[in-house]
Design a protein around this ligand. Sequence first.
Ligand code: 5RP
Length: 219
Amino acid sequence: MTQDELKALVGQAALQYVVPGALVGVGTGSTVNHFIDALAAIKDTITGAVSSSEASSERLRARGIPVLDSNTVERLPVYIDGADEIDHQGYMIKGGGAALTREKIVADLAERFVCIADESKLVKTLGRFPLPVEVIPMAAAQVARRFKALGGDANLRAGVVTDNGNVILDVRGLSIADPLAMESEVNQWPGVVTVGIFARHKAGVCLLGTAAGVKTLTF
Ligand code: 5RP
């Protein structure tokens, strides 16, 4: 199976976590696009979605799924999103699609984070995928220097402005042995909006697309 077929498989499998009569939190990316397409078939069983990006909102609306403002919602039973890396504790790196800030906001509203990913995303230690960090533009150079002191090489993602009007630094060369500690540390740096480590908002379940079918990991 191709990587895209594995993504489609888990996008479809995620429907079992959608709670009838409730809202669903929707992430961003090519795996989530498959989930949105699958969701369209059961759209009459849900009240709508809270979305983590303009791109996902547009896709949801195009399929007739109402998108609610996150400020009007207190809790979501479930948030479904992809990942760039996930480890065996459910800690993730996210933000390859530059939507990490809104993804963490919607994940924070949810009781359960269901990660959908193809098997290439499962890693022993986070950090092979360059860590995305959303920063306020005037802080980019200083945040890059702080990463350098930790052994990381931070580069501005060319041509990208986030839905929130900020920039993304991609940091290579980090081995993230303690995701909770690094998330807390980087979050304290002035100008950092969101670091793409999802440790405080880790996955509770991961549906992993493998050649042998969907494997369910619970954390
Ligand atoms: C977007 C994300 C995505 O979940 C992540 O990049 C995975 O994307 P894809 O499903 O396309 O592989 O964090 O900001």
